[in-house]
Design a protein around this ligand. Structure first.
Ligand code: TYM
Length: 334
């Protein structure tokens, strides 16, 4: 076992989708054998925008089911929901006092989520990246596997660690490295190849959900936006056609080849033929995950027990680290 420690999180806000799977969860499954890993349903992050309590509980279980069904092994890793470990919120408070308003104001995710009505956004949404830094650093995690959209937040995590270390003249926190890999680090919407596939996009046809059955997956792929030309035959041509590029990236990731190889395989062919192969592939990968998720969701008690055990292990790891931080900061010992 190497000294690398991995932390990553996912918001239990519903509609777990192909972007979450290819950009994150599938990579986590591959890392779990080699490193000590913590995987977290970040329910504290979820409530930075309104969540119906019953839905939040259900979604937390569903995301956990998605991870288990994808092959995350709870015996080997620590799988839990964030609110079980108070140390995340406690360290986040300290980071609220380390991070600068200007740093947070530059976060593109905040700007996108708050939209034109910044004054109406919750304080939690603004301070969101500080909690994210706390998630990672409360375990002194060294590596964080994510999709490309989280890169800016991880840079902020590094800035917070550096400033804390420099303010308190210590080298306590590691400077974490993002791990962004695979052929689909940024899966785009099926309706618009220039927008990210996301849980919050209104049209369900913009994404493939991990809960979609085979017919729904087939329908969504057949309806996915394309352009009038045949499949691209050069990298330049592929990169200038966002929808073709996205679908090829998805194909490549699902079949574990690189995107150029996928392009060569379909060069010059009609989209309809390619789409049929993509449907078959997507259904063969996602179908078994989908049925396993359903099976797991029939037994919420089991999921809760897995998360509770993960929570216990996570608390045991986080508490001594937080105690050291309190000491560094100058709080009296309890
Ligand atoms: P979230 O819940 O939006 O997404 C979970 C993971 O899925 C990846 N992802 C994508 N990858 C490729 N293409 C897409 N279209 C796509 N959409 C989402 C995300 O990059 C992420 O890896 N802030 C985080 C959750 C978080 C976290 C953390 C992550 C909280 N604390 C600490 C890492 C470490 C988020 O909202 O992810």
């Amino acid at each position: 076992m190497s000294a690398k420690r991995i932390f990553s999180g996912i918001q239990p806000t519903g509609n777990l989708h192909l972007g979450n799977y290819l950009g994150a969860i599938r990579n986590w499954v591959r890392l779990q054998g080699d490193y000590q890993c913590l995987f977290c349903m970040v329910d504290l992050h979820a409530i930075t925008v309104w969540q119906d309590p019953a839905e939040l509980r259900r979604n937390t279980r569903e995301v956990a089911a998605g991870m288990l069904a994808s092959g995350i092994q709870p015996e080997k890793n620590i799988l839990f929901n964030q609110s079980l470990v108070p140390a995340h919120a406690e360290l986040a408070w300290i980071f609220n006092c380390v991070a600068r308003m200007g740093w947070l104001g530059r976060m593109t995710q905040f700007k996108e989520k708050a939209g034109k009505h910044k004054e109406n956004a919750s304080v939690g949404l603004f301070a969101y990246p500080n909690l994210m830094a706390a998630d990672i650093l409360v375990y002194k995690a060294t590596h964080v596997p994510v999709g490309e959209d989280q890169k800016q937040h991880l840079e902020l995590t590094r800035d917070i660690a550096l400033k804390f270390n420099s303010d308190y003249k210590t080298d306590f926190f590691p400077i974490t490295e993002p791990l962004i890999f695979g052929a689909a680090t940024r899966v785009m919407s099926l309706r618009d190849g220039t927008r990210k596939m996301s849980k919050s996009e209104e049209s369900d046809y913009s994404r493939i959900n991990m809960t979609d059955d085979a017919d729904t997956i087939a329908q969504k792929i057949r309806k996915a936006k394309t352009d009038p030309d045949n499949m691209p035959a050069t990298v330049e041509n592929m990169e200038s056609r966002p929808e073709a590029s996205n679908l090829l990236g998805i194909y490549a990731a699902l079949s574990d080849i690189d995107k150029e190889a996928a392009m060569r395989q379909f060069a010059g062919r009609q989209f309809s033929a390619f789409k049929q192969e993509l449907v078959d592939l997507a259904v063969s990968v996602l179908g078994p995950i989908n049925s396993e998720m359903k099976r797991l969701m029939d037994d919420p008690g089991h999921i809760d027990a897995v998360l509770r055990q993960g929570g216990e292990k996570a608390r045991a790891m986080a508490e001594p680290i937080l105690a050291q931080v309190y000491d560094i900061v100058g709080f009296l010992k309890p």
